[in-house]
Design a protein around this ligand. Structure first.
Ligand SMILES: [Zn+2]
Length: 341
């Protein structure tokens, strides 16, 4: 049957797109809970500061980015790109707070001050280019997490300050940007200039806005032009069924560019199969009702359905139906799933 082959293709973990493969093995179970983003004005680049395995697990479990790019260039999709991912934390750019609400977040496995393998940067370049086309984002709106993160007043800093972290710092360096084919970057910090924030990390500020570059040995000398961040244009909205920036869209207004994401919403047709993995739960339209904590037990999350056979408990990748759950085995961190009404 044709639809069956289609579903298999859809659930297949890797799908090709313009030279980069999007792997869905770590697609977050939290996707159904995440609202659709209203606008997209920035692409925020992060460094995970941790090895691939723990980075993937961590970002997937908490839905902390849209994509995670590992050293060999594999791109993992974590949160669907049209939804909100929690990647920027306390953040502001050009007076707009809550950067998560208007950005796509890419986690890159690696460290903020260490060169990444060229294979990985090649994948990041293709992914970023594709997203820039889709959302109409100019090069100087591809920023680092450290550029948009800010810290609230604390013991050491009386004011709101920039320099809460150095995440993604290398992506501001001219050599790395040139390698990524990003020809411009912000000329200055708009929030510092407007005195909304003060600079706490002078070195970081230098890297972001002067020609300090510790990656020249790895990628060669690069050049970038500074652009006034307060004047740079915002994201270009792509009309439904329209065509802008060379990105084709089909009649339903879905982008054709990133294959495998076109059908990122779970299919509505249910299988007659008992869900056994997170992907099964997602594919069959189950959503998370809540997570078990000391204060939130199954009854308060699922009500009378807590022991129903069509309620599922997910813990460490294992799915158990409610009728088989032993109350003694109910653990903190377990999520409870039921079909969306
Ligand atoms: Zn970050």
């Amino acid at each position: 049957m044709r639809w069956f082959a289609f579903l298999i293709a859809l659930l297949c973990s890797a799908s090709a797109f313009a030279g980069v493969s999007v792997n869905k093995r770590y697609r977050s179970a939290l996707n159904p809970d995440r609202p659709v983003r209203k606008s997209t004005e920035l692409i925020v680049l992060h460094t995970t500061e941790a090895p691939a395995k723990s980075s993937l697990r961590h970002t997937s479990e908490r839905g902390l980015c849209h994509y995670c790019v590992v050293e060999d260039g594999t791109v993992y999709q974590i949160i669907d790109r049209h939804r909100v991912a929690f990647h920027a934390g306390c953040s502001m750019w050009n007076a707009k707070e809550e950067v998560d609400e208007f950005s796509v977040g890419i986690e890159c496995v690696g460290y903020h001050n260490k060169a990444m393998p060229k294979k990985q940067l090649d994948a990041i370049r293709v992914l970023v280019e594709e997203l820039q086309k889709i959302y109409g984002i100019p090069d100087d709106r591809v920023v680092t997490h450290s550029q948009v993160a800010y810290g609230s007043p604390n013991k050491w800093h009386k004011c709101k300050h920039r320099g809460r972290k150095r995440c993604g710092m290398l992506f501001a360096m001219p050599s790395v940007r040139s390698y990524l084919n990003l020809k411009t970057r912000p000329l200055f910090d708009p929030d510092v200039r407007a005195k909304r924030l003060v600079v706490k990390d002078a070195y970081l500020n230098k890297v972001l806005y002067t020609s300090v570059d510790t990656m020249v040995a790895s990628y060669g000398k690069g050049r970038v032009k500074g652009v006034d961040p307060t004047k740079s244009r915002a994201g270009v909205k792509i009309e439904k069924g329209g065509k802008k920036n060379g990105v084709k869209e089909n009649a339903k207004g879905k982008t054709v560019g990133i294959k495998g994401e076109i059908n990122s919403r779970p299919p509505t047709k249910a299988f007659n199969k008992v869900p056994q993995t997170i992907s099964d739960l997602n594919a069959q339209g189950y959503v998370v009702l809540g997570t078990i904590t000391k204060k939130k037990m199954p009854l308060s999350i699922a009500g009378k359905n807590w022991k129903a056979s069509d309620t599922y408990y997910l813990y460490k990748g294992k799915v158990t139906p409610g009728n088989l759950i032993d109350p003694k085995n109910v653990k903190e961190g377990m999520t409870i799933w039921r079909k969306k009404k």
